[in-house]
Design a protein around this ligand. Structure first.
Ligand code: LLP
Length: 425
């Protein structure tokens, strides 16, 4: 569910016509709905009511401080993977005791910063990292909390580039090596075991991979609790969202839940019977499912070009603004800001100005005819949209606005040419 809909043929976000935002802030423009984030967080929180739990939002999905602030206000914790993310969440008043720090390549300074901040737990991904944390904790005269990320070696049934839980991936400690490393960790004076974590991939659209992964590690998790005092089991993120038909053209109602879809309730109802008997604190690390459908990328058509075998709608947003189509062949629904029911449909590529053939937002897409100067919205761009944006081709990254009801807040200004070169002075 989200808060983008057509009224009188105009696309709205909450109570605001998107067109008015474009007139004020230009394009390309990321537009977020605060209420959508609040709704998703609250639903997830309720869905997990039966267990002692903590939602740790995966900051990488969208790390704008104002989005993070919304989540702080909701009581969220945070899943961090860099010193930069730690810096961001502390700046907006996050409770460090609700923060975990994962990632295969934590540097010495990042480990030191996280220990000094007093995070809830490191999520350790290798033996060498464990020794490094122990060494730095000794230097700081503390005992650092660690959890082991177990790689359960299960297929996530998602895109190869976002699969993380098999032995071919760099993540976590292989299932068969965990006990050995655990034994070694017990001999280290400056770390103590706090928990266990798994995360098998992203945009997972059925509950089976989650169940399989949890079932596989549960005996080990129980052992780590009973023998070594682990207090939490972190089951990662990865819940998929709807990208196609997130909003049916011409439909005035909000997106309807489909039966086969992995909803937050279906996810929770399936996993709770497995994890509740553990009697442990359960952590989840959702990113996409909290913010993905809460954002759109609005763009203006610059030219329409009829080639010999294809028609191209050339827009002012490109792969540097939203890399998902180029990187993962990802599908994002595209809609006109103004509904044009009488326009005929045609098959086009929607492409950006970047000098790469992979610079597209949609390929061979059946869309109502677009004319230059008109605007379109790329839906479900709230997760891994701006956070993966770059300045490639020396393009300026888009502005971002956050809407709540009729309140409009510019949460990131459009970059300027001087921003491109300041650090090179
Ligand atoms: N926890 C860990 C350890 C992760 O690595 C990730 C995502 C998450 C949680 C959150 O996963 P989510 O709930 O958002 O699926 N750029 C890709 C997605 C990469 C995901 C990386 N890790 C995309 O645009 O599809």
């Amino acid at each position: 569910m989200h808060h983008f809909y057509y009224k009188d043929s105009e696309l709205y976000v909450e109570d605001v016509p998107v067109r008015s935002l474009v007139e004020r802030y230009g394009t390309p423009l990321y537009v977020y709905s605060a209420q959508t984030i609040i709704d998703h967080y609250t639903r997830f929180d309720h869905a997990l009511e039966a267990v002692d739990h903590l939602i740790c939002y995966a900051v990488k999905a969208n790390s704008n401080q104002w989005i993070l602030k919304q989540l702080v206000n909701l009581g969220s914790g945070f899943d961090l993977v860099s010193g930069g993310e730690l810096y961001r969440v502390l700046r907006v008043g996050a409770d460090p005791q609700k923060c975990t720090f994962a990632g295969v390549g934590k540097t010495q300074s990042e480990i030191e910063e996280a220990i000094k901040a007093g995070i809830y737990s490191f999520i350790v991904e290798s033996e060498e990292e464990l020794y490094q944390i122990d060494k730095i904790a000794a230097r700081l005269s503390v005992k650092a909390p660690v959890a082991f990320r177990i790689n359960p070696d299960v297929p996530a049934l998602t895109h190869a580039k976002i699969t993380t839980g098999t032995d071919l991936n760099k993540f976590g400690i292989s299932f068969c090596q965990v006990e050995d490393i655990l034994e070694k960790s017990l001999k280290l004076p400056n770390v103590f075991l706090k928990g266990v974590q798994i995360h098998i991939g992203s945009q997972i659209q059925s509950v089976e991979p989650f169940l399989l992964a949890i079932q596989r590690v549960i005996p080990l998790v129980e052992k780590m609790k009973k023998r070594f005092g682990a207090e939490f089991f972190d089951i990662g993120g990865g819940i998929g969202i709807v990208y196609d038909k997130a909003l049916e053209s011409g439909e005035h109602a909000w997106w309807q839940e489909r039966n086969e879809l992995l909803t937050l309730n279906r996810y929770a109802n399936a996993i709770i019977p497995l994890i509740k008997p553990l009697g442990m604190k359960i952590l989840v690390e959702p990113g996409r499912v909290l913010v993905g459908n809460a954002g759109i990328l609005v763009s203006q058509v610059i030219y329409v070009k009829k080639g010999v075998s294809k028609k191209f709608v050339i827009v002012d947003a490109a792969m540097n603004d939203l890399v998902r189509p180029a990187f993962y062949e990802a599908y994002h629904q595209i809609l006109p800001l103004k509904e044009q029911p009488n326009r005929h449909l045609e098959v086009v590529d929607v492409v950006g100005p970047v000098c790469e053939s992979s610079d597209y937002l949609a390929l061979d897409r059946r869309l109502p005819e677009f004319r230059s100067g008109e605007y379109l919205a790329v839906l479900s761009a709230g997760a891994y949209g701006f956070s993966m944006a770059s300045n490639y081709n020396s393009r300026l990254r888009p502005a971002e606005v956050l809407i709540q009801g009729n309140q409009i807040q510019l949460i990131r200004k459009r970059e300027s040419y001087s921003d491109l070169v300041t650090l090179e002075e």
